[in-house]
Design a protein around this ligand. Structure first.
Ligand SMILES: Cc1cc2nc3c(=O)[nH]c(=O)nc-3n(C[C@H](O)[C@H](O)[C@H](O)COP(=O)(O)O)c2cc1C
Length: 344
């Protein structure tokens, strides 16, 4: 893929440094819990190192760092796609040093990769993909072939996608989401942590979930309603009707899916994040968006119930709805160089 690999004025080293920069600029557009962007990148020559940033972990909602590592896994998959698009074969070493748990992966920009139409298409979705909050459009269901393709992407990264179709299971998941949301609202430390990552209108912070990213009034979807997180905290923030949000009476639930893994270790969490992002990028190609509802998975008792009763003993890592919406919400990121350093 010679064309994407032009040398800079100072030869291959400068060209490589630019490619490293481009790959990290893409990776930061991965989804992350509450848009915490809990990662940092460093580079040395052709090696990019991904680390978790524990200062950005949700200490109350995510004490084990599970969601932090799912987020970092999504960034790792994005980095891999970008590196391939830039013309290199990425060589990945996961968790290279057991004594340093925040050191998540080394990605070497290896030998030339063959040109792949598939990588290009996935790469193009990285900045287009957005988390949706609210209902989906009726009559725009996901075709069986796209659904299979998305499930395959998740399996390629070692996760098990479980599409929930049984009405009883769907009712249970919706009810547990509602219960979890209420339990979390009862909990003052949780509310304080939440406020930290849901800034008020007009904020210039390049992180957190901004009011432009959620609807002022959440439509009740049919046939099942999964409440979203109350990012506005009763202040009436959010985008209003007329802002192109999937409207109101006829908003549908969409396809409900759990992403599960056979183990529950940091390696499984990184795998779940990679599976999630690969699947989301594949869906985005055909304008499918995801709404996440991970509240119940943050409450150990509810997560255990979901594991035993709905996942056949596998560990649930993500709960999401998939469908098509009529508007893409806004999102923000820290500039890549704020989360990037050079190793010497
Ligand atoms: C592990 C994980 C859990 C998430 N849980 C939720 C959730 O419960 N509710 C929600 O609205 N978004 C959730 N999100 C989506 C993030 O809020 C979103 O990725 C972030 O705000 C960045 O926005 P973007 O995805 O539109 O780029 C989650 C994302 C990840 C990776």
């Amino acid at each position: 893929m010679e064309s994407t690999r032009r040398w800079g004025r100072n030869g291959p080293a400068e060209s490589l440094a630019k490619d490293v920069q481009k790959a990290v600029e893409a990776a930061v557009w991965a989804p992350s819990v509450h848009n915490t962007q809990p990662w940092s990148f460093s580079h040395h020559g052709s090696r990019i190192t991904l680390r978790a940033d524990p200062d950005r972990r949700l200490g109350v909602a995510d004490p084990t760092g599970r969601e932090m590592l799912i987020s970092c896994g999504a960034a790792l998959l994005t980095l891999r796609i970008a590196v391939r698009w830039l013309g290199y074969e990425p060589q990945v070493r996961l968790l290279p040093d057991p004594d340093r748990p925040n050191l998540l992966a080394d990605v070497i920009l290896g030998g030339r990769a063959g040109e792949s139409e598939d990588d290009r298409r996935l790469y193009e979705q990285i900045r287009r993909r957005r988390t949706h909050r609210g209902g989906f459009l009726p009559g725009h269901e996901i075709s069986p072939s796209l659904r299979s393709a998305m499930e395959l992407e998740a399996r390629r990264e070692g996760a098990t996608p479980l599409v929930m179709e049984d009405p009883h299971a769907l009712r249970v998941l919706a009810a547990l989401t509602e219960a979890a949301e209420s339990l979390q609202q009862l909990d003052a430390p949780y509310r304080r942590e939440y406020a930290r990552w849901a800034p008020r209108p007009g904020t210039s912070r390049p992180e957190g979930v901004h009011p432009a990213a959620y609807p002022r009034r959440e439509p009740r979807t049919e046939p099942y309603f999964f409440p979203g997180r109350d990012f506005a905290r009763g202040q009436g923030w959010g985008t209003g009707p007329g802002a192109g949000r999937t409207g109101d009476q006829d908003a549908v639930t969409g396809l409900v899916m759990l992403i599960a893994t056979s183990g529950d270790t940091p390696c499984d969490w990184l795998g779940a994040g990679q599976a999630l992002q690969r699947m989301l990028l594949r869906g985005a190609e055909e304008d499918v968006a995801a709404a996440f509802h991970t509240q119940a998975l943050e409450i150990p008792e509810l997560r255990e119930l979901i594991r035993c009763r709905l996942c056949g003993g596998r560990y649930p890592q993500m709960l999401l709805r998939l469908g098509r919406a009529d508007a893409a919400p806004a999102s923000v990121r820290r500039p890549a160089d704020q989360s990037m350093t050079e190793d010497f």
